[in-house]
Design a protein around this ligand. Structure first.
Ligand code: HEM
Length: 143
């Protein structure tokens, strides 16, 4: 039973990677497009901008929640983790922090604050790059 639950957690963890990358990349493309899009195109793009932003945020949240559960119930917690695990945690903190900034500034930008656009764009790029590194380190760490 525990074995199956742990497998399901890993599936959700990896689904978090997919949601995070797709949501983040699509959100980045949509906000750049929205800057110059004519009104009729913008009307369509706005329909997807919010859901892409939430998709990336949900993906990151799922990663952190399932990651902690697997760490505790499969690997016995923090004790005995090697330095690569801590490299991964620093990267996770970077992804998580950048995602919070990206998501909040995206909300403010959506509400009309134009000064937030550069913030949401740059934190999104930072989050994406840190997430690629997290995947690489994550694979070397636990596999
Ligand atoms: C941006 C956030 C994260 C990303 C991109 C990420 C990525 C990955 C990937 C790609 C794997 C698969 C490795 C493999 O089995 O080959 C993995 C596994 C794992 N991750 Fe994460 N992870 C993230 C956050 C976390 C967090 C916050 C924790 C714990 C506090 C965590 C704990 C684990 C554990 C325990 C495994 C091994 C699962 C197993 O037993 O097979 N991850 N992660």
């Amino acid at each position: 039973m525990l074995y199956t639950l742990l497998k399901i957690l890993l599936v959700i963890h990896l689904a978090g990677v997919i949601l995070g990358f797709i949501g983040g990349r699509v959100h980045g493309a949509l906000i750049s497009w929205l800057e110059t899009a004519p009104a009729d195109t913008a009307e369509i793009l706005w329909r997807y901008e919010k859901s892409a932003s939430y998709m990336a945020f949900l993906g990151t949240s799922l990663l952190i929640i399932t990651g902690i559960l697997m760490l505790v119930y499969k690997w016995g917690g923090l004790a005995g983790q090697d330095w690569l695990f801590w490299v991964k945690m620093v990267l996770v903190a970077a992804v998580g922090g950048a995602e919070i900034v990206r998501h909040i500034t995206a909300v403010k930008w959506r509400q009309g604050d134009q000064s937030m656009l550069a913030w949401t764009k740059n934190s999104g790029k930072f989050s994406g790059i840190a997430a690629v590194l997290t995947v690489i380190v994550g694979v070397f760490n636990f596999n």
